[in-house]
Design a protein around this ligand. Sequence first.
Ligand code: NCD
Ligand code: ZN
Ligand code: ZN
Length: 348
Amino acid sequence: MTDSLTILQPDDWHVHLRDSDMLAAVLPATAAHFGRAIIMPNLVPPVVTAAQARDYRGRIRAALPPDSAFTPLMTLYMSDDTAPEDVVAGHAEGTVAAVKLYPQHATTNSHFGISDIAKVYPVLARMEKAGVPLLVHGEVADPEVDIFDREAVFLERVFDPLVRRFPGLTVTLEHVTTQEGVDYVTGAREGVGATVTPHHLMFNRNAIFQGGIRPHYYCLPIAKREQHRQALRRAVTSGNPRFFLGTDTAPHPRRAKEAACGCAGLFVAPVALATYAQVFDEESALGHFEAFASLNGPRHYGLPANTRRIVLRRASRFVAEDLDVAGGDRVHVYRGGESVGWTVESVG
Ligand SMILES: NC(=O)N[C@@H](CC(=O)O)C(=O)O
Ligand SMILES: [Zn+2]
Ligand SMILES: [Zn+2]
């Protein structure tokens, strides 16, 4: 039995850091473990121009501990008005790592998203040429479609046509949650990959309704049936290079989740690596953990892997229930109040 695991430092390819006091409170959990992270642009208002991404990156850097080597990789929120020149110039100067596509009304702060994908085809064509990756929240927002089917329907209606129309575009299906998504990505052309969250590997949709309504298990895409969770576990532990780490850590104040209309999103950063390691351990696949956590993502994005190393140890650690935010808000930590079986021992 392996009690200690040394791997190249992981990156987190899907993170919500928010802004202001919340940014200051949540950033240390991500920066402590990950070398780089792709920062989601769904602030209010969203990050839509390269200039805004540069400013936001400045605020993130200013909130980092002084000795931190963490690198935020910025994204733009695709809108009907996204200017291809701004995307391409922002990418060329190293400000814009990728562009994020949210279907309108699909998730938190996505009312600014795209109503008709055909409207942004010209931008996608430029991104394909310039080598700018597209990150996709893969759910249709059509209220006629059952919430548990929204990812599968998106693949058919939007994602597959897009992947075919732009054969040279690097595309990431973010936070994949279904067997259909796993199958699609597994069989897709070169350049198509997917992030998988720790929480979708851990619970199925029953958790949301266990003895009552459980807002701290509510995120989007919503957790699916057990068969889908099992498909995700097989995908990540198989060693398939198309699947890589993206936590979708998405903090909201407790008051915004424990409400009549609660926000979607889980704050998973403090337990993300421990949780992934547990999953690989349970599936007897620790040998594939480094590829998933530290190699497949950089490869997908054409970046070098990190050179520092991280040591995880099989050791029980109690997770604090809440994170305090200046101003009085508290954020519930995923698995807070429990002990987790893996601990990050060192980074360096
Ligand atoms: N995942 C979530 O449930 N919520 C995310 C948005 C997203 O990633 O879709 C958020 O910003 O809160
Ligand atoms: Zn999303
Ligand atoms: Zn997200």
